[in-house]
Design a protein around this ligand. Structure first.
Ligand SMILES: [Zn+2]
Length: 329
């Protein structure tokens, strides 16, 4: 789109200069029909090249929501774990001003990872680990353990770490949904913290309008639930090429610490930095629904029975059984 704007700009300059010249030399001025022709040509060109920022987002037929606002550069992507912004929020990568890693600190293994992403994604400069960074050993020792991390990563601390980023010019946040997609306790904690801060600061919040269901064989699949919720809905495109190219980088990174024991702890958590499914990703790519959870500071999910039902039906996973991080409802 930038290229088109430049063409328009240059064309106007050329037109104005031509007009001035013709005035100066008392020649015939550029005829209005020619000007109209030029404008229609530019309009056609601009339609052929949709705005990059908007091409991964669309409003479903008949929807009232406009996706145009997302190209204003005032959108945060807030996710619990490093691969969550690929798995759940990839469609918003082109419009994100920052990627906030919200439910654990970074570590050198993650720094190496994001350095290796394709440069054209412009990821590393936007990547913001809000808990700072710890060394690989501490990460393996503490953050792979549900009960060691529970007193550290909880609602109060996530909210405190996020708060400084909820400030002008930020207007909206993309994050996890109330049921944590498949129930992960830290997805739910990030969701609650984001909604609370958005209510305080008057922002919008959007999240995946999907849930994950497991069949009897333990295979999981994504189910679209947006239409049951009665919330404003848009759709985001998960580009298969980008999804696969980023996943490849994750799968090529094996977590490692400074002792064999801690490396074993790390590998027991995940054999590579990709913690998502290694199966073909048919249900992950293409167009997926996103629902508006908070509208300019008003939590639309507060009295929503369908959201309550999902929060109840989707089982909480990965919390510490003896000292849960998730507050009881
Ligand atoms: Zn996660």
């Amino acid at each position: 789109m930038g290229r088109i704007l430049k063409i328009v700009e240059y064309s106007i300059i050329i037109f104005e200069r031509t007009t001035q010249l013709s005035k100066l030399h008392s020649r015939e001025r550029m005829r209005p029909t020619l000007y109209r022709l030029l404008l229609s040509l530019l309009l056609t060109l601009s339609l052929l090249e949709p705005a990059a920022a908007q091409s991964t987002l669309r409003a479903p037929d008949g929807g009232q929501e406009s996706v145009g606002v997302f190209s204003d550069g005032h959108t945060l992507v807030v996710f619990a774990h490093q691969d969550d912004d690929v798995l759940w929020m990839l469609a918003f990568w082109p419009v994100a001003s920052k990627f906030l890693l919200a439910a654990y600190p970074a570590a050198p293994v993650f720094q190496d990872l994001v350095q290796s992403f394709p440069a054209e994604l412009n990821y590393r400069v936007r990547w913001t680990p809000i808990w700072g960074s710890v060394d690989n050993d501490i990460w393996a020792e503490v953050f792979t353990d549900f009960c060691k991390r529970a007193p550290i990563v909880n609602l109060a601390t996530i909210r405190a770490h996020l708060r400084p980023y909820f400030a002008p010019p930020i207007k909206r946040v993309i994050t996890h949904n109330n049921w944590g997609e498949y129930g992960h306790v830290q997805h739910r904690l990030v969701n609650i913290a984001v909604r609370e801060l958005a209510v305080e600061t008057g922002l919008d919040v959007w999240a995946p309008g999907t849930r994950v269901l497991r069949d009897a064989g333990g295979q999981s699949r994504q189910v679209h639930v947006a239409s049951e919720l009665g919330l404003p809905t848009i759709e985001g495109y998960f580009d298969p090429k980008i999804f696969r190219s980023v996943r490849e980088v994750y799968q090529a990174h094996r977590p490692v610490a400074s002792t064999p024991e801690l490396t074993a702890t790390f590998l027991n958590w995940s054999s590579t930095l990709w913690t998502g499914s290694h199966r073909p990703e048919d249900d992950r790519i293409g167009w997926r629904p996103f629902v508006k959870l908070v509208d300019r500071g008003v939590d639309l999910t507060a009295e929503n029975p369908a959201v309550r039902r999902l929060e109840r039906d989707v089982m909480v996973v990965n919390d510490c059984p003896t000292n849960p991080a998730l507050p009881s409802p």
